[in-house]
Unconditional design. Structure first.
Length: 364
């Protein structure tokens, strides 16, 4: 999974990136501080893997990871190449999800490219640039499909009709993710185009420390503006999160969080939100060599889950031995789970559940 952090210049993208990863992206009070995208590989916070490791005592523990990309700030006119436009839009196209950072705090010492603080306007600025780029992609595809449609090709006629509908909605200012389409139409004609505004999106409202829990009027305005989108809004005091990330010990971090009235770092909430956004879940393998978390899509069946480890596991899948996470914790070992009759033997149609501890039998 790869998620891209986007936003206007000076909204806190690189500071947030630094909170999320050990990489230290340059952040400063001027536009285009980030030019080449910074990339960080971040562990998905999940206490279950630690509890399994305590029971199994493996040689190594490997959590699930997310790749986060800090993309250069976008400006008005990016779709026409303004600023770092073309490079910026190309970087977004390579991601699976968008984390859109919006400035929701007042501070005279930090400049804003449009001089005033208005997250709804800022959101629309980026929406427009992405929508214009998507219109270019649609027009190119439509030109090709329309020629086939004019010859009487029924499939091409159907595709052309869907593309025209998407084009009209984009021209009306609607992002592709918010356009009503039949599932089959979206899967066959829209998803293959990798449209920028079709990517799942998580809005991060960057607030001051005083607004970290309850938000403020800027956050309220943004929530109202995106209420019809399938999007989550997360409120983070990014500068405060950066201070927490700099603390050396776990106890120091927890004390700081308690003083703010927070239960956990915002970075943890963000990664879990991104995971949920992409409809991802985790299953585990547990043995003496390693305890490991594996990322799959919600609804994946056992052979698909096996294929995440190795394609041969999926090709030669025979069965899966499944222990529910709660049972593993309750009984304390695989052997005791077997004795209690709680180990399930599942076939190709088994839909993997979040937290399953699995062992695959296969033959190639």
């Amino acid at each position: 999974m790869k998620a891209g952090i986007v936003g206007l210049p000076n909204v806190g993208k690189s500071t947030l990136f630094n909170c999320l990863s050990n990489a230290k992206a340059q952040s400063a009070n001027y536009p285009f501080c980030t030019i080449e995208p910074n990339v960080g590989v971040i562990n998905v916070p999940d206490d279950r893997i630690n509890k399994l490791a305590e029971l199994v005592n493996p040689q190594r523990v490997l959590p699930a990871t997310v790749e986060i990309v800090d993309i250069a700030g976008l400006v008005r006119g990016a779709s026409k190449g303004e600023g770092l436009g073309n490079q910026f839009l190309g970087n977004i196209r390579e991601t699976d999800a968008i984390i859109h950072v919006l400035r929701c705090f007042e501070n005279e010492n930090i400049t804003h490219v449009d001089t005033t603080i208005d997250p709804v306007r800022d959101k629309e600025t980026i929406d427009i640039e992405l929508q214009i780029k998507d219109l270019e992609t649609i027009d190119k595809k439509l030109d090709k499909v329309s020629r086939a449609a004019r010859t009487g090709d029924k499939v091409a006629q159907k595709e052309a009709a869907v593309l025209i509908h998407v084009k009209n909605e984009l021209e009306a200012g609607k992002s592709v993710r918010a356009i009503e389409l039949a599932t089959k139409e979206r899967e066959e004609y829209v998803i293959p185009l990798q449209l920028l505004t079709d990517k799942p999106i998580l809005y991060v409202c960057n607030v001051d420390e005083a607004s970290a829990i309850s938000g403020n009027h800027h956050v309220d305005a943004l929530k109202e503006a995106v209420k019809d989108e399938e999007a989550e809004v997360l409120v983070l005091a990014v500068a405060t999160e950066a201070d927490i990330a700099e603390l050396e010990t776990y106890d120091e971090k927890q004390l700081f969080l308690e003083e703010l009235g927070l239960e956990e770092p915002g970075a943890s909430r963000l990664i879990r939100s991104a995971y949920k956004l992409l409809k991802l879940q985790t299953y585990f393998t547990a043995g003496e060599k390693e305890v490991r978390a594996w990322t799959i899509h919600v609804g994946d069946k056992a052979p698909q889950a096996a294929g995440v480890i190795h394609t041969d596991f999926e090709k030669g899948f025979i069965r899966a031995e499944v222990i529910k996470y709660d049972d593993y914790i309750k009984y304390g070992s695989e052997a005791k789970v077997r004795e209690a009759g709680k180990l399930g033997v599942e076939g190709k149609e088994y839909v993997v559940q979040d937290g399953d501890v699995m062992h695959f039998r296969f033959n190639v």
